[in-house]
Design a binder for this molecule. Structure first.
Ligand SMILES: [Zn+2]
Length: 344
């Protein structure tokens, strides 16, 4: 099982990457209440789609931290699985609200209470290479950065009163939920989703603009794995956003690029001591640390497996190896390596 999974995730190329972090505000820390914000990210490699969701649990709802996480997970899963349906508008507001309410009903069965005890907002985004779908209920902000300039795609919905907001459990949820599909150009490099706690520092409500700090955070994904950026964002939120509010703060950033998911030995997890050998149709990668050999079969008889091509791109772009060094590691000819790097 482990080996099959490792092989599927071997040197895969993805076009979107995301990082996210939530930090509890001073109000909740003092009261011993858990962080009621939650977020989730999901990638659908087959469709080159990525979904992110930030949910802010209602302060007045005692189990809203559970509701927020369950809804964030369910919404990202739905958006990723049904990416084409949301982009073509076959699925709409109603499908999001129904999914979120169904998952809250499951929480009620497991943890007790009533649906309103799990109340939370929804700020979500689905992005593919040409289109973006924004999903928004309640406060929080969705913004994108195009050609270096941040632009708000979906502002907070606070109703008539400043401190009023809408939750998935509200009777007006379906009426208030906004799902929009927008085309995007290749100049769009980043998106950001934030909860209302983070708005205090990153969003200028009067002028409806977001801080360029969001673009900086997103750019961290260019050079570091998402897990590392999650930690960096956690400290940034703790140090810069938390002092400016008493509320929980959540930020999720999404970045465009060609990111290669590195492969590591399924037995010992080594990633540096890998050596390639064999032919196009049955290419093998041996781990010099433990001796494990992984077989990669070609999809067609005349070309190397896509994972091998991605491995070469990974060594060239992420590890800055030149074609001769790559030939030593992979045993693939310098000419082929050069061609793959050129073709991208
Ligand atoms: Zn190994």
């Amino acid at each position: 099982m482990i080996m099959i999974k490792a092989m599927e995730s071997a040197f895969e190329a993805i076009n979107w990457k995301a990082a996210h972090a939530s930090v509890a505000g001073s109000k909740h820390n003092k009261a011993g209440v858990p962080c009621q914000d939650a977020s989730a990210i999901q990638i659908n490699q087959a469709k080159d789609a990525l979904a992110a969701c930030v949910c802010d649990g209602a302060g007045s709802a005692r189990l809203s931290h559970l509701g927020a996480q369950a809804v964030a997970n369910a919404v990202t899963q739905l958006l990723c699985e049904k990416a084409n349906e949301f982009i073509s508008k076959t699925l709409t507001e109603e499908d999001i609200v129904n999914t979120a309410r169904a998952v809250i009903d499951q929480q009620v069965k497991t943890h007790g209470g009533k649906a309103k005890d799990y109340a939370c907002t929804i700020v979500a985004l689905l992005v593919t290479n040409e289109k973006v779908v924004t999903v928004h209920l309640g406060d929080g902000v969705i913004a994108m950065v195009e050609d270096g300039s941040p632009r708000v795609l979906s502002p907070p919905d606070n109703g008539e009163f400043a401190n009023e907001t809408f939750f998935v459990t509200s009777s007006s949820a379906l009426h208030r939920m906004r799902v929009n599909v927008l085309p995007i150009t290749s100049l769009v490099k980043s998106f950001v989703l934030m909860s209302d706690g983070a708005q205090a520092s990153l969003y200028d409500k009067k002028n409806n603009i977001v801080s360029s700090v969001v673009e900086q955070m997103a750019s961290w994904l260019d050079d570091a794995p998402a897990e590392e950026v999650n930690l960096g964002m956690q400290s940034a939120i703790q140090n810069s956003l938390i002092p400016r509010t008493d509320d929980d703060c959540t930020v999720a950033v999404i970045r465009r690029g060609i990111f290669i998911q590195p492969y590591s030995c399924p037995i010992c997890r080594a990633s540096e001591s890998l050596r390639g050998f064999g032919g196009k149709t049955k290419f093998k990668i041996r781990c010099e640390s433990c001796g494990h050999i992984q077989l990669f079969k070609a999809e067609t008889r005349r070309a190397y497996p896509i994972h091998v091509r991605n491995w070469v791109r990974y060594l060239a772009c992420n590890k800055n190896k030149d074609p001769k060094q790559i030939r030593k590691i992979t045993s693939i000819s310098v000419d082929t390596v050069r061609r793959w790097i050129r073709e991208g």
